[in-house]
Write a protein that binds this ligand. Structure first.
Ligand SMILES: [Zn+2]
Length: 465
């Protein structure tokens, strides 16, 4: 017994030595960039409980060693940083965003440019969101941005994209200005083929009628064609849903994930059981989206963690009494509170039923803010009924698993050093994800939200709280 324990301890040590020597050799040979972080508490994204006094080594942005600081052998020439008292997590992943749709709070596809998209990807990274999945309203200019990131070490959030999602003609979904509606199953298959040919990461479809305001939702003959064609191309199909009945139908059709919760009524054991049996994920609960609609004036305008990320003009517009009056008078306004309640209740029921879930916000359309909403989403997930550790795992390891992204999402050897370093323990209080100390993308520090002050001179936003 003792012998086997000794062996199992010794073998990794040898491997580590070899790995460290190899890393050091490579470092001197190729001028590699070697970084060591040590003495932090690790929350690794796999769901494992936090582990104290850990260390890591990253070479050229990728993790080559992770373990207790006591066993660390820092390669020669490495930059070493002590993170005593800090918490290191994988960078967060937002599985449901839309990029470059707004200028301030004015939404129009004409604002979608390489510059506006990259500005948002930098903002996501500043909030510790080091990867995002854009869900179906991006022009083709998203592909060169994504491909350039994948060819190098990016300094902003990594992009995954559905390209243009599939909308049934006349029903809800998509954005004005993008040609993305189909009328027949044949059209739908052709569109999926075209998106697959652009090498999208996932196929998106919308099944909704905006509280019954529109004449129809995507018929099952079309959703079935979209899902089937996606699978032929080895892509997952994720659906915007609202209604229980559509969720049940899409589950029968083999959809891979939902980009929102069922929000018209409580989910029952029958649907939960079918989702579980078919392996359907609740990829994004978008609780922050639903919550944002319940306010006529957003409750966080004075929160520096929010206000640093937007211009003074946006703050003024959001605080305007005219805006509040208009939002409160909208016919759908009274529907949003029950919608949020169903979303939270159904998310909790899914988690309890053992259905897999990620973390996604649907930020990007007007007044749904990149980065900030992900932290709000985590808080709402916990409020709904999962633990902080479960919410963090959803946003890291689980999201990466759903995306099929093998090199992000956890702090493990072989992954990119996309890291979120916090001052306070997020497992003790999920709101501590806001105590951002540092953010690394591919092993390099990027400016955090506490170091930027959008649209104002540096320093005008005051100190970190
Ligand atoms: Zn969306």
């Amino acid at each position: 017994m003792k012998g086997s324990i000794t062996r199992s301890v010794r073998r990794p040590r040898k491997c580590r030595l070899v790995a460290a020597l190899l890393a050091a050799t490579l470092a001197s040979a190729a001028g590699a960039e070697t970084m060591v972080l040590r003495h932090f508490t690790l929350i690794d994204g796999t769901g494992r409980a936090p582990v104290a006094d850990q260390a890591l080594v990253a070479v050229d942005g990728k993790l080559t060693w992770v373990g207790p600081t006591s066993r660390l052998r820092a390669p020669a020439g490495a930059t070493v940083e002590d993170l005593r008292g800090k918490y290191v997590l994988p960078g967060l992943i937002d599985s449901h965003v839309h990029l470059g749709l707004v200028d301030g709070i004015t939404q129009d596809l004409k604002f979608q440019t390489r510059e506006s998209i990259e500005r948002q990807l930098h903002l996501y990274a500043a909030y510790g969101i080091t990867s995002v999945q854009a869900l179906g309203t991006e022009k083709d200019l998203i592909f060169p941005i994504r491909d350039a990131e994948r060819a190098t070490r990016p300094d902003m959030a990594r992009v995954f994209t559905a390209g243009q999602g599939v909308v049934f003609k006349g029903s809800y979904g998509g954005v004005p200005g993008l040609d993305q509606s189909v009328a027949t199953p044949e059209d739908a298959r052709r569109m999926v083929d075209a998106e697959a040919a652009k090498n999208v990461d996932v196929i998106k479809l919308w099944v909704d009628d905006e509280f019954g305001a529109l004449a129809s939702r995507m018929p099952s003959a079309i959703s079935r064609a979209v899902i089937d064609e996606a699978h032929k191309h080895d892509k997952k199909a994720v659906a915007h849903i609202f209604y229980y009945d559509n969720a049940a139908e899409l589950t029968r059709e083999g959809v891979n994930g939902f980009a929102h919760e069922v929000r018209d009524r409580p989910m029952d054991a029958a649907l939960l059981g079918q989702m579980k049996a078919k392996g359907v994920w609740q990829m994004a609960a978008t609780l922050s989206r639903e919550a944002s609609f319940t306010y006529t004036t957003l409750p966080f305008l004075k929160d520096p963690f929010f206000s640093r990320g937007v211009t003074p003009e946006v703050l003024t517009a959001l605080a305007s009494p005219e805006r509040a009056q208009k939002l409160g008078a909208a016919p759908n306004f009274p529907k949003y509170a029950p919608t949020l309640r169903y979303a939270m209740q159904n998310f909790a029921a899914e988690a309890k039923a053992g259905i897999r879930y990620g973390m996604g916000t649907d930020s990007g359309p007007t007044a749904r803010f990149p980065g900030y909403f992900a932290h709000w989403e985590l808080e709402l997930m916990v409020k709904a009924g999962v633990t902080p550790l479960q919410a963090l795992t959803a946003a890291t390891g689980s999201n990466a698993e759903f995306l099929g992204a093998k090199d992000i999402g956890t702090v493990e050897v072989g992954k990119w050093a996309d890291l979120l370093v916090l001052d306070k323990n997020p497992v003790a209080d999920i709101r501590n994800t806001r105590s951002i100390h540092e953010v690394f993308v591919a092993g390099r520090k990027v400016p955090t939200i506490w170091q930027i002050c959008t649209g104002r001179p540096a320093g005008a936003c005051g100190k970190k709280r």
